[in-house]
Design a binder for this molecule. Structure first.
Ligand SMILES: Cc1cc2nc3c(=O)[nH]c(=O)nc-3n(C[C@H](O)[C@H](O)[C@H](O)COP(=O)(O)OP(=O)(O)OC[C@H]3O[C@@H](n4cnc5c(N)ncnc54)[C@H](O)[C@@H]3O)c2cc1C
Length: 275
């Protein structure tokens, strides 16, 4: 999988050759069927599509977000090697990474939980989303987790959809802890987890998103579990993830295959240039 924060080519990078029409396929276009607020800051958008499109769109999704109200977006196409081929000129479609909180190909449905952080094409689109609105899907990818006897999960609101899926698919005998940073008690969500995994909610309590050291402090206070049957999965604001990753690689001595720690967003910086 490409590095999520670097997915869309930066402005100024040399343009690559445009493939022939025969070498590209259209993106999957999903339609909003329902919208509901899970918490004050998280909006769940249910999308419908044929079973194959739902199955292919996740768990991590490269979403193509059109301008609000654009009923006929100029979607990019997908080259044979998976590269996104953008239309020439201004098109208003933005590429953003999200997680399918629920994928049900049989029902032709997919849920995406958007954090309404107040800025950016994706959060703004979600804030305005209504049945009938369209979203494109460029590709799906794995979450980067791996089964282990002991799990450490750490993330903020943007990581809750992924963490909920990791917990739901963990073996019932799994032990460990999930550190979940949210604004406050109103942002906690019910999560199913194996009995041996402690869910620890960490409240920012007035500190802005991306400004707290809650995750890094909580990890720093955890003794390294014995043995090597360990996996750590971490996703949040980039600086927070960097601090946690350094601790896990240093003090815990986790090897490459024992952790996945990735910045899901960057404070003060759009994730990718809008088209
Ligand atoms: C693999 C992966 C999976 C992800 N899954 C989800 C998911 O399921 N749900 C989800 O909500 N997000 C998820 N994210 C994070 C999401 O992609 C980013 O938050 C993204 O920046 C949102 O795009 P935007 O267009 O709304 O804002 P952008 O245009 O990217 O950014 C605009 C401004 O908003 C700020 N900003 C961005 N995100 C946040 C935030 N969460 N809180 C406060 N300020 C923010 C930026 O710093 C910037 O200043 C995921 C990211 C990755 C890499």
């Amino acid at each position: 999988m490409s590095t999520p924060l670097d997915e869309q080519p930066a402005a100024g990078r040399p343009a690559r050759a445009i493939p022939d029409a025969g070498d590209v396929r259209p993106v999957d276009v999903l339609s909003v069927s329902a919208v509901r607020d899970v918490t004050p800051a998280v909006r769940r958008v249910t999308l419908t599509a044929p079973a194959e499109a739902v199955a292919a769109a996740g768990p991590t999704i490269s979403l193509l977000v059109p301008r609000i109200g654009d009923a006929a977006p100029a979607w990019p196409q997908i080259a044979r090697d998976g590269r996104i081929v953008w239309p020439q000129g201004s098109h208003g479609v933005s590429l953003r990474s999200y997680t399918a909180r629920r994928q049900d190909p049989a029902a032709g449905e997919l849920d995406v939980d958007f954090v309404l952080h107040g800025d950016g094409p994706a959060a703004s689109w979600a804030a305005a989303a209504a049945p009938g609105a369209l979203l494109g899907v460029a590709s799906g990818a794995p979450l980067g987790d791996a089964p282990a006897g002991r799990l450490l999960l750490a993330g903020d609101e943007t990581a809750l959809p992924a963490i909920s899926r990791i917990l739901a698919s963990a073996a019932p005998t799994t032990r460990g802890v999930a550190l979940l940073e949210v604004a406050g008690p109103e942002e906690e969500q019910p999560l199913s987890a194996p009995e041996g995994v402690e869910l620890r909610w960490l409240h920012r309590a007035g500190t802005g998103p991306g400004l707290s050291t809650l995750l890094a402090d909580a990890v720093a206070a955890l003794p390294r579990p014995d043995g090597e049957d360990l996996f750590a999965w971490v996703a949040a604001e980039s600086a927070a993830v960097r601090a946690v990753r350094a601790d896990l690689r240093g003090r815990w001595g986790l090897r490459r295959g024992q952790h996945h720690a990735i910045g899901y967003w960057r404070r003060g910086r759009a994730m990718a240039p809008a088209g």
